[in-house]
Design a protein around this ligand. Sequence first.
Ligand SMILES: Cc1ncc(C[n+]2csc(CCOP(=O)(O)OP(=O)(O)O)c2C)c(N)n1
Length: 467
Amino acid sequence: MKLHLEKIYFCTGARNHDLLKFFPENLLSFEYDERVASFKALGLAKIAPHPVAVCTTSGTAVAECVSAMLEAHYSELPLVLITGDRPKKLHGTGSPQTIEHEALTRSCRGSYIEVDLRDLPELSLEGAKFPVHVNVLVDDTVAHDLPLTFHPNLDSVAAFFERVKKPLFLFSHERRSMASFVEKFAATGLPFYAETLSGGRERSTLKTEKHLVELFHSGGFDGVVRVGHTPLSKVWRLLEKRPLPVLSFDSRNLPALSFGEVVPMSSDALLESPGFWDVLRSIPSYTFSDQTLESLEALTARYPRSEVAHFQKLQERFSDGDSVYVGNSLVVRFFELTQTKRLSVFGNRGVNGIDGQLASAIGLATGTTKRITCILGDVTTFYDLSSLRDLPSNLNLIIMNNRGGRIFDLLNLDKRIVLEHTNDFRAIAQGFGLSYSNDMNDFGQVQVLELFPDGDEGKRFLKEWGQ
Ligand SMILES: Cc1ncc(C[n+]2csc(CCOP(=O)(O)OP(=O)(O)O)c2C)c(N)n1
């Protein structure tokens, strides 16, 4: 590495994970809070002989460094912000966790340098003006020459269904619940997958994300029809690795991929469009058989202390009509996997930041008299500790403390970025004057309920589940 840095505060994430291999071990400090990490870098830059870096994943993680960059800019400090980004073709598309990094630091940097990952080892900061923003493009997608087409209305939809005979219908989420749309769609008899934030999860005929991924790999569907914003499902990300025909109904008019067709219509607008339902009626019926639910039941019985089994037990505590706020990261996935009830589910899935999750749940609870149950991962909760000062009485926080950012275990990434720990929230909650328990039987009775799934059972569960 030719950057000649004093230290690199490496904030964990999937998008910047591949940069790790270029950074000398002795320079690294692993962090999860970008705002804190960037100010640590700023402080060190005041006395260090070499520039100091903070390295982040894509999305709001970059925005969290803007305050330190501003301070560095006006104090003339040698701060280097290194951000992992998605390839150029995904910029501006609304694809998962993709925002405009360059625009974020425009008012607080001396130099902006964009490099492909492979060129990072040769990059030098000679001649650069501090603070510097280095944006690294990491491309794990396949090259293709498929078009991106924007349609103003439904006119082209029939033509799509002439080419695609067995589509996967995928319903993600919108600003408001998509429950009415999902309900009407369910009556068509066509198979579909409704994510938890859609508000129609319990009606989903396709039950597990694992099943979708299996279908994808076995060629079970020949195209995808998305309704709603950028999906959470892994299968959506896989489309950048093996493209299929895609038709999106997205009120933001964003493709969320580098290819495909987009119609700028919300689920509400589709509900009121007879032409859409006419086209659906013309699709010959088909089914997808699914054994994954049975294997899920068998595995949660075998591993009752795994995280997924905890979510299954939590689901039993909810009643139809309850409101839930789900945060990152396995929380939202495992909640979706085990959801059977008709619930109002909220979350921040615009750009998937782990920041401000508890504060967002607090804001949500402030706007309603209904009870909000907020479920967060431990790292996500740590990120937002000061919000604990102010829990409204209709908010119950459940912390799924699996002792680190276990999503990175699931993704098989470098163990160092899991940031495994042995901390718990008991004394913190009590310090903030909050009632606390770690017994699931106290569900709904305490302000902070902390659950500790068994890591070994969780690992064995996921190995056998195969995802
Ligand atoms: C602001 C921000 N920084 C970093 C990330 C990358 N990131 C995604 S999930 C995650 C770890 C979450 O850990 P935890 O809350 O414990 O949930 P778990 O993965 O264990 O379910 C991180 C750091 C992000 N999405 N947003």
